[in-house]
Design a protein around this ligand. Structure first.
Ligand code: GLC
Ligand code: CA
Length: 517
């Protein structure tokens, strides 16, 4: 097998620290809680974990408003807890990625406190300040995410507006100022020196705004619209960041949240192999449960990433969107989707609890806390069947997902037929299959409603069939090839593994087939 960096074949588990596991009984997850549950992740077989922000923060955006990039918020523990977590993970062969939030800080960050204090403050230009529009009011028509009001807030002290693509508590940094670039590079070095294996980079495509800060048609509610950004400048900053990472020993990786729903545009942020190592591929996360739509998503990756040598990524769920178990509406589909996620060509990201088949928590109005309406997917992980499910306090910060007892890790791990064991089998299979790890992907023609593809290296060939239909189908041949002699290596429904494939797929069933030797 050719030498390849570890992250190409990796399955990365995203952990949302507030909701993963609580070690001190305050109802909020923390770093020590994560460390104590690394055995679950090791048992599952993940290669790496990505931790959503645990830095000092007033938590207006639950940690994506950072008040100190180089310290742990007391809610989550201490730097010593972080070091212990990294050491323990590394001992188990699990890499650690952390979330880097370069686009903005908290309004409580000392940089912003200085910046807003006077027009002469040395940090003034570290953020984006503008005079009111000629007739008064905000400098342009940009709209902030979540609140959907102006992306500008007037600061009475100095009579100017500051820009925030997100909440008013999240002022945008001015990446045109070289001091900001240097200070943010220092924050990367701080964690690289502490041994992290890489970063997930928040809103990375938006860090430099267009120079004219001009109005855009219609005003914007979504970061997915990229008319506010200055791509050439962003690319220049990304090349510097890449050089910084590559100068460290080990394969330190960057995975960018390039939140643009065009695969062709996202591809440009890999640069010429000199920008991001990886970028999230979000359109599949929004794809409905339809074979044709998924086929298109795969074709786009083949057309727009592969020719550039840009390594693809796949993700079904995260902390910003309803879980795919909830979106797709059944466990059978969530299981089939897991086969898809873990057999496509690229790095796979698994969101905590999807391996338990968790649905979104139902959050009553009086417990809603997120201004962006994303509480449901952030419900705490139930560890034990008995309440309070491995948590301690009377109340966790958000309610548990439905069926917390029967979906607890304890219950699911004890049941070999559970979706959790399906994930584990898939991860183990992927780990020993060069074809699934690095092989080519060739789309095949199957019956209507069935997505079929082959993964191959010169020495290995496996086929994946995903039935997106609510009815069983018979597969006589795929691209003219009969696979009747093939063996079922894995079935999302857990049926007949090891047996010869009889050509039938159950409703919403996915299988991995191996040719019979
Ligand atoms: C990213 C994060 C999201 C956060 C936003 C602002 O989209 O995934 O959770 O609210 O950036 O930092
Ligand atoms: Ca806690």
């Amino acid at each position: 097998m050719p030498a390849h960096p570890w992250w190409q074949t990796a399955v990365v588990a995203q952990l949302y620290p507030r909701s993963f596991a609580d070690s001190n009984g305050d109802g909020i997850g923390d770093l020590e809680g994560i460390r104590r549950h690394l055995d679950h992740l090791e048992w599952l077989g993940v290669d790496a974990i990505w931790l959503s922000p645990f830095f000092r923060s007033p938590m207006a955006d639950f940690g994506y408003d950072v008040a100190d990039f180089c310290d742990v918020d007391p809610l989550f523990g201490t730097l010593a807890d972080f070091d212990a977590l990294v050491a323990d993970a590394h001992q188990r062969g699990i890499k650690v990625l952390i979330d880097w939030v370069p686009n903005h800080t908290s309004d409580q960050h000392e940089w912003f406190v200085g910046s807003r204090s006077s027009r002469q403050n040395p940090k003034r230009d570290w953020y984006i300040w503008r005079d009111p529009a000629p007739g008064g009011g905000p400098p342009n028509n940009w709209i902030a995410a979540f609140v959907e009001t102006s992306a500008w807030t007037l600061d009475e002290t100095t009579g100017q507006y500051y820009l925030h693509l997100f909440l008013p508590e999240q002022p945008d940094l001015n990446w045109r100022n070289p001091e900001v670039v240097e200070a943010m590079h220092d924050t990367l070095r701080f964690w690289l020196d502490r041994g992290v294996d890489g970063f997930r980079m928040d809103v990375i495509h938006g860090i430099v705004k267009r120079a004219d800060l001009a109005d855009v048609d219609g005003g914007l509610a979504q970061m997915v619209d990229d008319r506010r950004y200055d791509p050439p400048e962003v690319h220049a900053r990304l090349r510097e960041i890449r050089a910084l990472l590559d100068n460290y020993p080990g394969d330190r990786v960057s995975v960018g949240e390039v939140y643009i729903l065009s695969t062709a545009k996202v591809a440009t942020y890999y640069g010429d192999g000199d920008e991001l190592h990886l970028a999230f591929n979000f359109p599949p996360l929004y794809a409905p449960w339809e074979a044709a739509k998924w086929r298109t998503r795969i074709e786009r990756v083949q057309q727009e990433l592969d020719p550039l040598g840009a390594w693809p990524t796949w993700v079904l769920s995260n902390h910003d969107n309803p879980r795919h178990r909830t979106r797709y509406g059944s466990e059978a589909r969530a299981r089939a989707a897991a086969v898809l996620l873990l057999t496509l060509r690229g790095t796979a990201f698994v969101y905590q609890g999807e391996e338990l088949g968790l649905e979104d928590a139902v959050v009553p109005p009086d417990r809603v806390v997120d201004p962006g309406g994303r509480d449901g997917c952030r419900g705490p992980i139930p560890w034990t069947a008995a309440a309070p499910h491995g948590w301690h306090g009377d109340e966790t910060w958000l309610p548990f997902p439905p069926d917390a007892a029967t979906r607890s890790a304890e219950t699911m791990v004890a049941d070999p037929s559970s979706i959790t064991h399906l994930y584990r089998r898939l991860l183990a299979y992927r780990r020993r299959s060069p074809a699934l790890q690095l092989g080519e992907l060739r789309l095949l023609d199957g019956p209507e409603g069935v997505l079929a593809y082959e993964r191959s290296t010169p020495n290995e060939r496996v086929m994946v069939l995903v039935n997106f239909m609510p009815s069983s189908v018979t597969v006589d041949a795929v691209s003219g090839d009969s696979w009747r002699a093939a063996r079922i290596a894995i079935s999302s429904a857990g049926r007949r593994e090891g047996d010869a494939f009889d050509g039938t797929l159950a409703p919403d069933e996915a299988v991995i087939l191996e040719p019979d030797a």
